[in-house]
Ligand binder design. Sequence first.
Ligand code: NAI
Ligand code: BGC
Length: 269
Amino acid sequence: MESIQTLKGQSALVTGADSGIGKGVAIALANAGASVLINYVHNHDAAQEVVNEIKTTGGTAFASHADVSKEEEVQAMFAEMYKQYGTIDILVNNAGLQKDSRFVDMTLDQWNTVISTNLTGQFLCSREAAKEFIRRGVVEGRSKAAGKIICMSSVHEVIPWAGHVNYAASKGGISMFMKSIAQELAPHKIRVVGIGPGAIKTPINKSAWDTPEELAKLLTLIPYNRIGEPEDIGKLAAWLVSDEADYITGTTIFIDGGMTLYPGFADNG
Ligand code: NAI
Ligand code: BGC
């Protein structure tokens, strides 16, 4: 794909980049000229396919294993990043999962797994990236910022979600985490931005779109009347980490076809 190389000379780390939104974001960043670390936790082959796809179009990428909820694994992945690319310019905290259950039946393990991956994972990766951004500072001619962090949130940062309280709590937590570190890191010329996707067609929500009946039900929640694609998120992420978005920090950009517009009120209330 022909695209403007707004991220030329920069290196990016995308967590959970072997699937869905992470894959879409990694490809978009590579198309914009960034060298990309493709993080995966379980599926090495899928990560390698993303690497190959990026290389086929002339980009630079490699796959690196780490469970984002494990401190030593995250630190080892950052060490690998510095060995390969020397430094980091862009972190995309994308890895996430759901362990759904009725609240009264939810196990501590379901709660802890979601919080430690979706929220603690963003803390561990952001802390490593911020240390390097501060150590290195702004590099003249590369980017106006010393570093950029994207926190993949969700419309469930603001929309409560019965049957998914662990997930909604993790995304609500990401909102205040993102804003608080944005406030602390802004004087260092580090930007931190949230992305709040609505329903995007990926494996995480397959049951919500893989039959015509379920898709029709889902579309009643989306005024724009289509499900999102990983490419929608990739394009937004590539723009947000470019200097075109240099004045944006500490806010979540929702990208949801209107899911946060309370569609139930369109003909009611
Ligand atoms: P996905 O299931 O296709 O991708 C999730 C990725 O995270 C996978 O690569 C998975 O292996 C990885 N992952 C899970 N636990 C991990 C761990 N401990 N360490 C490293 N990687 C881990 O799902 P999707 O949709 O691409 O999700 C990506 C992000 O987008 C998640 O944070 C999710 O909450 C968020 N999101 C997704 C939406 C959707 O409708 N698909 C909407 C809003 C937010
Ligand atoms: C969830 C998806 C869901 C979407 C819209 C995302 O955060 O991971 O399962 O389809 O929000 O509700």
